[in-house]
Design a protein around this ligand. Structure first.
Ligand SMILES: [Zn+2]
Ligand SMILES: [Zn+2]
Ligand SMILES: [Zn+2]
Length: 343
């Protein structure tokens, strides 16, 4: 089976993308690739970029590669993943006719894009400048906005894997965006919980949580636009969430000022994480309101998962977690460093 397929498992209510083409992707493993496909000069190693940030004088310009002519002197570039988990040229179809297990499966329709965050092979958020990170956050915004308006897309998932242990097969700073024809289970659960809270108690669960947590021992960072907390029931050691103060269901409706402020928060918190845990691998992901849903009571945020602990049998077989590090200690450790940093 070459083409990807989205399968739903009825007994567990799990969704899985079966994507054998992802097996062919190059991996750096212990030794780096001889050529980094994301470094300047190697643009021919990737598909043409449909969004390229560059500068003319001091002015930021948004361009696109031609089929044979790639934009040079780029700052950020976005192109389709060479080894996509989902493909936009597949027909969008719900499959009903393949027997018991595939009654609610889909073809592998979707989008899988790569955002290369910098021409610098080492400019990860912890050592990138806040100014250059603003471009990365702006590219997140542009790419998520574009994919949100594509036909049959129900959810746009943006995530960042840092280091091989967190799933990054190439070490050059990059993020990925997968646009799905389904709403993923965690987001579905969070939206339903927010809707229920709104019905039962009024207001927004996240807005109220921020108000409470700002005065709690789980507070990591707070500024005019964002609050960062180690969540009450963190599943992994040093997990933290970045939550905007202004109630807004989706990142694609944020204001320019909020996006600028986010680059500072990302740099500060990820640098603090690096200092506390000696440069750990991590995954970072956005949670936003699903498209075509009434998600007014939802509140977008970012979740960061350091990958220092391996998931074991208990976690995989129960979907519940044993976390050895209390979030109150995590917040204390991170806060001490954040207070010194204030980049
Ligand atoms: Zn590189
Ligand atoms: Zn809210
Ligand atoms: Zn969430």
């Amino acid at each position: 089976m070459e083409e990807p397929e989205i399968r739903h498992e009825e007994t567990t209510n799990r969704w899985v993308i079966i994507a054998s083409c992802r097996m062919k992707r190059p991996r750096e493993g212990k030794s780096p690739l001889s050529q980094c496909p994301f470094c300047p000069g190697n643009e021919h190693m990737t598909p043409p970029a449909w969004l390229v940030y560059s500068r003319v004088g001091s002015k930021l310009v948004k361009l696109a590669d031609g089929e044979n002519e790639k934009v040079r002197n780029w700052l950020v570039r976005c192109f389709p993943n060479m080894f996509p988990a989902l493909k936009s040229d597949l027909p969008f179809e719900e499959k009903f006719d393949e027997g018991f297990f595939t009654t609610t499966s889909y073809s592998g329709f979707g989008y899988h894009e790569v955002i290369v965050e910098s021409p610098d092979h080492n400019a990860h958020p912890h050592n990138n400048s806040v100014k250059d990170l603003e471009l990365v956050v702006e590219a997140y915004f542009d790419v998520m906005t574009k994919l949100s308006y594509e036909k049959n897309v129900k959810y746009v998932c943006l995530f960042r894997n840092y280091k091989l242990e967190a799933g990054a097969s190439i070490s050059h700073p990059h993020s990925q965006v997968i646009a799905l024809p389904i709403v993923p289970p965690i987001v579905r659960r969070e939206v339903r919980a927010a809707q229920k809270y709104n019905r039962d108690r009024g207001g927004c669960m996240y807005c109220d949580m921020i108000e409470f947590e700002v005065g709690s021992p789980r507070l990591v960072y707070a500024d005019e636009y964002y609050v960062v907390i180690a969540p009450w029931a963190s599943i992994l050691p040093y997990e933290f969430w970045i939550i905007p103060r202004r109630h807004e269901p989706s990142f694609i409706n944020t204001h320019p000022k909020e996006r600028k402020a986010l680059s500072r928060v990302l740099k500060t918190t990820l640098l603090a994480l690096r200092k506390v845990l000696n440069d750990p691998p991590y995954n970072l992901g956005f949670h936003v309101a699903p498209l075509q849903w009434k998600g007014e009571s939802y509140h977008w945020h970012i979740e960061v998962y350091p990958r220092t602990a391996k998931l074991g049998g208990f976690e995989l077989t129960t979907n519940a977690y044993i976390n050895t590090t209390p979030p109150e200690k995590v917040a204390d450790d991170l806060r001490k460093i954040v207070e010194k940093l204030r980049v």
